[in-house]
Ligand binder design. Structure first.
Ligand code: NAI
Ligand code: AKB
Ligand code: ZN
Ligand code: ZN
Length: 350
């Protein structure tokens, strides 16, 4: 094995990142070293790249970026028992304490002491990477790395879509960014009867159709609420899934969902949102779920089984694949411009 590796590193507290050559790390107590087979860009990586306000308060350069991954274990550190060399793994991003009230009551996804892998520690945009063994998820060997790396965001989408069953239900998805696109394929695989997608970008509405959306709407040119009512016998959709983080989309979705319907909110809003709670939620008797991260480990089982079922349509979502990291700046700029679905790197060129 090589002793040097290439990594995308946030070297300075400023816009961008650098490709660096550094030593391959050694796994410490409770850690494993993987050969990274595939890694994908998350919106959070983009925020770190852009050095937005959140990143400025949270990230401590120099740090290797990235947290979505599929890789092969090549070394295990002391004290690691259930992961072996040769295992093919992905990683849960939330490093939980196992001791707080939420962990003790099975709600690891909202652990009070959560640290985020690749945000609060070195990540996986590298040829080799350290993963905390407690966060490793063993993959069946028949899932290709480019799909296995998507399991973490797929987990966000699964928790959003499947907070309650969608079989036979009409669904509105607002926002067809990478996560909304994953939401579309999960909703279709789970048997939603009609998936309507509201998304202003022409490129992403096209992607949404390729992934399986039944109807796409441009919210900047069409009346979302009227379109949804027309498509649902005037009733509104059974389920509203918010994947955009746009306050206007939230309001339109709450108007478009039928009374006693279900709402899942994943998108993060840039500012406080003001709403007519009485008429949009309370008198409509809506059930509203806030979604964060993934349930440990129930969501991973669901995601893995969905992948193995072959029912997810992921190929149109993976719009960009790069061998090596040489063109990482192009990848980030395309993503910033909204001209991608998921971007996947295969760090080893051979
Ligand atoms: N709750 C959680 O645990 C997590 C939340 N997120 C959040 O989920 C959201 C989706 O993530 P990505 O897909 O990566 O983000 P993205 O920013 O790539 O996608 C958002 C999409 O919403 C579209 N949009 C903008 N205004 C709209 C409107 N008025 N109506 C409908 N669509 C509109 C945009 O054109 C874009 O395609 C983001 O807000 C992100 O911060 C991401 C990861 C985890
Ligand atoms: C912080 C992240 O980017 C992550 N995808 C999450 O689900 O929390
Ligand atoms: Zn992420
Ligand atoms: Zn905890």
């Amino acid at each position: 094995m090589a002793d040097k590796m290439v990594a995308i590193m946030k070297t300075k507290p400023a816009y961008g990142a650098e490709l660096v050559e550094i030593d391959v790390p050694k796994p410490k107590e409770g850690e494993v070293l993987i050969k990274v087979l595939a890694t994908s860009i998350c919106g959070t990586d983009l925020h770190i790249y852009e050095w937005n306000e959140w990143a400025q308060t949270r990230i401590k350069p120099p740090q290797i970026m990235g947290h979505e991954v599929a890789g092969e274990v090549i070394e295990v550190g002391p004290g690691v028992e259930d992961i072996q060399v040769g295992d093919y793994i992905s990683a849960e991003t939330h490093i939980v304490c196992g001791k707080c009230y939420q962990c003790k009551t099975g709600n690891y996804h909202v652990c009070q002491n959560t640290k985020i892998f690749g945000v609060d520690s070195d990540g996986v945009f590298a040829e080799y990477a350290i993963v905390p063994a407690q966060n490793a998820w063993k993959n069946p060997k028949n899932i290709p790395p480019e799909y296995a790396t998507l399991q973490e965001p797929l987990g966000n989408a699964v928790d959003t879509v499947l907070a309650e069953p969608v079989t036979g239900k009409t669904v509105l998805i607002t926002g067809a960014g990478p996560l909304g696109l994953l939401g579309i394929t999960v909703a279709k695989a789970a048997g939603a009867s009609l998936v309507i997608v509201s998304e202003p970008s022409d490129f992403r509405r096209e992607l949404a159709k390729k992934v399986g959306a039944d109807v796409v709407i441009n919210p900047f040119e069409e009346d979302v609420v009227k379109e949804v009512r027309d498509l649902t016998d005037g009733n509104g959709v059974d389920v509203f899934l918010e994947f955009s983080g746009a306050p206007k989309a939230l309001e339109q979705g709450l108007q478009a969902v039928t009374p006693a319907g279900r709402v899942s909110l994943l998108g993060l809003f840039p500012r406080n949102v003001s709403l007519d709670f009485n008429n949009l939620i309370i008198f409509k008797s809506l059930t509203v779920y806030g979604i964060t991260g993934r349930h440990l480990w129930q969501t991973w089982y669901t995601v893995s089984k969905l992948l193995q079922s072959g029912k997810l349509n992921l190929d149109p979502i993976i719009t960009h694949k790069y061998k090596g990291f040489d063109k990482f700046e192009e990848a980030f700029e395309l993503m910033r411009a909204g001209k991608t679905g998921k971007v996947v790197f295969f760090p080893h060129k051979k």
